[in-house]
Design a protein around this ligand. Structure first.
Ligand SMILES: [Zn+2]
Length: 494
């Protein structure tokens, strides 16, 4: 019997393509501590399912030394869509992601990175760990954020000598942990929820397939049932193997097993999860073109498992795997990710700098920018600001002068939290060029006999403008700036 099983393994390995084999390497933490078995059993809920977990997310985009490369144009647009992908896939489990911005690592040598950790003299690319170290201590201004999950975007990843810079290697993640890395063309894809699930210690559905420790196809109640302790340890994901395209029916996203592939005790696989984000890569996990979820999914068992892992480390003072530092409050989700002061329409003062420019001070307003990925309702606003926003919107509240309310459906449809706006926030001043003007002159106040002279851009900036005015006349001088602010002066020239 033993001999037959061994031959079967050999067959399975030989028929698995390299591209599939290498699709998702995972870097295990060297200080790995196995959580207690009870945490790993998705049937045992170690946490209150209504508890909400919030993680900060910081993106690091690697570009060439001079800013060029395939990632040259990557910026807020890309990482904001990534935040949306994370929230729209994990909010169902009360796991939330707070956008903390992005930065750029200008380093040609880190454009291509080795996903796995082991040294290999045949590969010249630095490892993910070396990139992490560089971002922590190697840069003049280190960008690594210890208070966030850190997501790195590079040109591409390689894995081993048999796959030097293979674009099929999509991403890698610390497991468990807060660090992950993505080939640039895989960030906005199913790879993103996949790697973040690894951060929460979720295994592939085919974990340990092809070994004698495999998860059996056997159902609950069967003597060979071991789904609770083997494979991905998730009982609502059927026993799986790493399958090729022939096993996934792309039209129905169901499993087909024409060759009768079997588990390690010879039972043919049935109902292998095709749509699951942790299964072998196939089109049934793909996101919509808007980056909203398609048919890809996590099961509720996977959700409980990830929550159990998070609960174990989230509030632990030892900051295991960085979880405790990377967390944020539920309230933080209601606050804008960015606030930018700017001048409103109401002008407070215009001061002539006597050099062709004016210092124009306006009522200060604030652009409140909110991240993508939530359904928002905003209250207590000017009608000119949006009252609602949906998942793919990047809402901005820009006209309000007073504190307003924010409600987020995904967090709690019954709660409105305030965004404080200081009504005494002062003025916003900037220097503006004078661009035109008008001089109204008369020698007798109240007279209808007025002289009008329009000033062009050169005339209005003329330092000798006053000297050129007629003597023994009253003059009203209107000087207008590029934004339409008017400085009016009334004089009598002797
Ligand atoms: Zn993976």
């Amino acid at each position: 019997m033993k001999k037959i099983i061994f031959l079967f393994f050999a067959f399975l390995y030989a028929s698995t393509s390299i591209a599939q084999l290498l699709e998702c390497p995972v870097t295990l933490d060297p200080n790995y501590v196995e959580p207690p078995a009870s945490v790993l059993n998705s049937l045992i809920q170690n946490q209150n399912s209504t508890d909400k977990y919030v993680f900060n997310v910081k993106f690091h985009i690697v570009k060439n030394d001079d800013g060029s490369g395939v990632t040259a144009t990557y910026g807020e647009n890309e990482v904001m869509n990534a935040i949306m992908i994370l929230n729209t896939n994990f909010n169902q489990f009360n796991i939330f992601f707070k956008y903390k911005g992005y930065d750029v690592i200008n380093s040609t040598s880190f454009m291509k990175v080795r996903a796995a950790n082991f040294p290999d003299t045949n590969l010249s690319h630095p490892t993910f760990d070396q990139l992490l170290e560089y971002s922590k201590t190697g840069m003049t201004n280190p960008v690594y954020d210890y208070n966030a999950m850190n997501l790195f975007i590079v040109e591409g990843l390689d894995y081993s000598t048999i796959s030097p810079f293979n674009p099929m290697v999509r991403g890698a993640a610390k497991m468990p942990g807060i660090d992950s890395i993505y080939g640039h063309n895989h960030l906005l894809s199913k790879t993103l929820p996949h790697e973040i699930a690894h951060n929460f210690k979720l295994y592939h559905t085919y974990q340990d397939y092809g070994t004698e420790n495999c998860e059996h196809v056997a159902n609950f109640g069967d003597i060979f049932y071991n789904s609770d302790t083997h494979g991905d340890r998730i009982e609502d994901t059927k026993a799986s193997f790493m399958f090729g395209g022939a096993y996934a029916n792309p039209a129905t996203c169901t499993f087909q097993n024409p060759n009768g592939y079997a588990d390690c005790i010879g039972t043919p696989y049935v109902d292998v999860p095709i749509k699951n984000y942790m299964s072998s890569t196939n089109p049934c996990q793909d996101l919509h073109s808007t980056y909203l979820p398609g048919t890809g999914e996590f099961t509720s068992g996977q959700g409980v498992y990830m929550r159990n892992i998070i609960a174990l480390y989230y509030n632990h003072p030892n900051n295991f795997y960085g979880f405790n530092n990377a967390k944020n409050t539920v309230e933080s989700l209601y606050q804008p990710f960015e606030t930018i002061p700017y001048g409103g329409n109401i002008i407070r003062s215009v001061t002539d700098n006597n050099d062709g420019t004016a210092e124009v001070c306006r009522n200060m307003l604030i652009r409140h920018r909110f991240q993508k990925g939530f359904d928002y309702a905003f209250t207590n606003l000017n009608p000119s600001d949006p009252s609602i926003a949906t998942l793919i919107d990047l809402p901005e509240i820009i006209n309000t002068t007073y504190t307003f309310g924010v409600q987020i459906n995904q967090v709690n449809p019954d709660i409105v939290n305030d965004v404080f706006v200081d009504c005494n926030r002062g003025s916003f001043c900037q220097t503006e060029d004078f661009v035109k003007g008008l001089v109204v002159s008369t020698n007798v106040l109240g007279s209808m006999n007025l002289t009008l002279e329009e000033l062009n851009e050169i005339q209005v900036k003329d330092p000798e403008l006053y000297d050129k005015l007629m003597s023994q006349y009253y003059h009203i001088i209107n000087k207008e700036t590029s934004s339409g602010a008017v400085k009016q002066t009334f004089i009598y020239k002797y």
